[in-house]
Design a protein around this ligand. Structure first.
Ligand SMILES: *Cc1c(COP(=O)(O)O)cnc(C)c1O
Length: 461
């Protein structure tokens, strides 16, 4: 371990003096000081004060094979010494990039055999938007350009990513590009009321059909959704939802895009969320777990229907990034997938970790503050409420209780994220049953502390 150059306080001061954080209230952070994370191993991270914390978010949903994998550092170093960079614009390519493309085609659904590389999930969604519109131009229907996505979906933070996403607070701050419309999300807990869950799933899926007919099928290019919404609060759709969506996209012939940036690479107990949920998408944006976060990289997996047209009829597809197919990132991604295969990590999720988490996580539903505990593969959420029967929200502005709970988690050695008053986790896929037990015990403790704060008047003002 290298010695730190500065004290915690010095890092915090320099941080607020010069570093603008993503998705952060800078004024609030300046008062408080950032937590400095200094090292990590397995499912744990350590801060500059020496606190050991179970990272139940796998960084930002990405460190799927866990921290401390020297093998990935070594493969990056070797590739950087051999060839740190070369582009793939001018009829050139590099060996790790080719090997990775072949590997991705082998683990992707059978009808997906091509990949367009990017640097992030946002760029993958931008690429998707440009490729979808180009596809319909080439099919002789350039007016088919509207993309339908969902309220409270997340597809990144570039201009296209934020516009495709359905986060109102993002649109409010910097606008939204035209040609993208949003339909309701399949969020039964918050929006289902007394309706049967499966009835609700069908009704919400049919909003897609209503929207297509409303806009006119001659103008609709594609439907975009995460198999399970991540950043929106780990929203697991009712079983009836995806089959109905698939029926509708088939019936009208519009492209189906499954944003696999979180669900991909084993998170659901299959290689892709689409495999787990029985979805047959035309395109899949990927990132995060692709490299387990060790280096930045994203991509768009392209099914044969679109690839045949773009490859044979487009001429030059006028799109790409300097770092499309970056050789060091590609080498890391390839080795990451090889490690997953060698260690049977997808099987571990499906057969060991997910069933154990499902059983232990369900216990949280007995807590006085919890209205619902849900999980799928290795994503999970609990809904905090003052009234378990009615699933009512807390009085006043949402998110205050989630924030209190998140702070207790940090202070007690657990990283759990709050989305409003929904607490969510997405731990490294290598998490063991005993680490899951530790996670759930810590979560219970922090729920108790949160409840005690509320009883002591934390919400009265
Ligand atoms: C994180 C995320 C993105 C954006 O990825 P970045 O690498 O942050 O640009 C897109 N889609 C989904 C579903 C995500 O979770």
């Amino acid at each position: 371990m290298t010695e730190l150059k500065y004290s915690t306080k010095e890092y915090q001061d320099k941080d607020s003096a010069h570093f603008m954080h993503p998705f952060t209230d800078s004024a609030e952070l300046e008062k408080k000081g950032a937590r400095i994370v200094t090292k990590a191993d397995g499912v744990y991270v350590w801060d500059s004060e020496g606190n050991k914390i179970l990272d139940a978010m796998a960084g930002l949903w990405c460190v799927n094979i866990g921290y401390g994998r020297d093998e990935l550092a070594d493969v990056a170093a070797e590739q950087m010494k051999q060839l740190p960079f070369y582009n793939s614009f001018f009829q050139t390519t590099t060996p790790p990039t080719v090997e990775l493309a072949e590997k991705l085609a082998s683990i992707a659904p059978d009808h997906m055999n091509h990949v367009f590389f990017t640097g992030s999930g946002s760029e993958s969604n931008d690429t998707m938007l440009r490729m979808v519109r180009r596809y319909w131009q080439l099919k002789g229907e350039p007016q088919k350009s509207v993309i339908i996505s969902r309220k409270n979906g997340y597809h990144g933070s570039t201009v296209a990513g934020a516009s495709l996403g359905g986060m109102g607070f993002m649109h409010e701050q910097a606008g939204k590009i035209p040609g993208i419309v949003h339909i309701d999300q399949p969020y039964w807990y918050a929006e289902g009321g007394d309706e049967d869950k499966n009835e609700f799933g069908l009704r919400i899926a049919r909003k897609l059909e209503e929207k297509i007919l409303d806009i006119g099928v001659d103008r609709v290019a594609a439907f975009l959704a995460e198999p399970i919404q991540g950043a929106g609060g780990v929203i697991i759709p009712p079983e009836t939802y995806w089959p109905e969506i698939q029926r509708i996209t088939n019936k009208y012939g519009i492209l189906l895009v499954a944003d696999e940036v979180i669900c991909g690479f084993g998170r659901t107990g299959e290689w892709f969320g689409s495999d787990a949920l029985g979805i047959k998408p035309d395109l899949m944006p990927i990132a995060k777990g692709l490299t387990s976060g060790y280096l930045p990289m994203g991509g768009l997996l392209v099914g044969d229907r679109v690839a045949d047209v773009i490859r044979n009829e487009c001429g030059e597809f006028a799109h790409g990034f300097t770092y499309s197919g970056h050789p060091a990132s590609a080498a890391v991604a390839l080795r990451n997938i090889e490690i997953m295969e060698r260690e049977g990590i997808v099987d571990h999720v499906r057969d060991v970790a997910a069933p154990h988490l499902a059983k232990r996580w369900a216990e949280l539903a007995d807590h006085e503050l919890v209205g619902e505990a849900r999980s799928f593969g290795l994503v999970a959420a609990i809904e905090l409420t003052p009234n378990k029967e009615t699933r009512a929200p807390f009085p006043g502005e949402g998110g205050r209780v989630g924030y209190i709970c998140r702070e207790h988690c940090f202070a007690n050695g657990l990283i759990m994220r709050g989305v409003g008053d929904t607490m969510i986790i997405s731990p490294p896929l290598v998490i063991s049953p005993s680490e899951i037990d530790e996670l759930v015990e810590k979560a219970k403790l922090c729920l108790d502390k949160t409840l005690a704060d509320i009883k002591a008047g934390a919400l009265d003002d």
